[in-house]
Ligand binder design. Structure first.
Ligand SMILES: [Zn+2]
Length: 151
């Protein structure tokens, strides 16, 4: 399947991605903290462009590999937002044609990663799509959401 992220085209294997996520534990099984639970149940349901695309690609946003101890790491609050997280998701696939910058190339001159930032109504997302292996893309993200109420 082909997907467009900004001006970046990626070709992914949806079935393989779905199967992979079925085998992973829920975020709350990896970590019992309130922040991780909140991410799993509330944040993954928000209308955030990156999340919408990942879901279309077959990613189950509520699951993560059991590492570190969790794949998701709460880093908030920030100046503007009540919640902030860093983490990553994996999809099976590779880059198609892309002119998107900023981007980095590997030692063979092949596209290695492309960066994005997306301010939305109630969130701000920065992410980087990286070719991890021939058939694996990693999407590393930094997300802020739920604007602080200011007078
Ligand atoms: Zn946690």
């Amino acid at each position: 399947m082909q997907y467009q992220i900004g001006q970046c085209r990626v070709l992914t294997d949806k079935d393989k991605t779905i199967k992979f996520y079925r085998s992973l534990p829920k975020i709350s099984e990896n970590c019992g903290c309130e922040n991780c639970h909140y991410f799993e149940t509330i944040v993954t349901e928000k209308e955030i462009r990156l999340f919408t695309i990942l879901k279309e690609m077959g990613v189950d946003l509520t699951r993560q590999p059991a590492i570190n101890p969790d794949g998701i790491c709460p880093v908030g609050p920030t100046e503007k937002y009540a919640r902030a997280y860093i983490g990553y998701y994996q999809v099976f696939g590779k880059f198609g044609k892309t002119q998107r910058t900023p981007q980095t190339l590997n030692s063979e001159g092949k596209l290695e990663s492309v960066g994005f930032f997306e301010p939305e109504d109630d969130s701000y997302t920065e992410y980087k799509v990286k070719q991890q292996a021939d058939d694996q893309l990693i999407i590393e993200f930094y997300l802020e959401c739920e604007k602080n109420k200011t007078i």
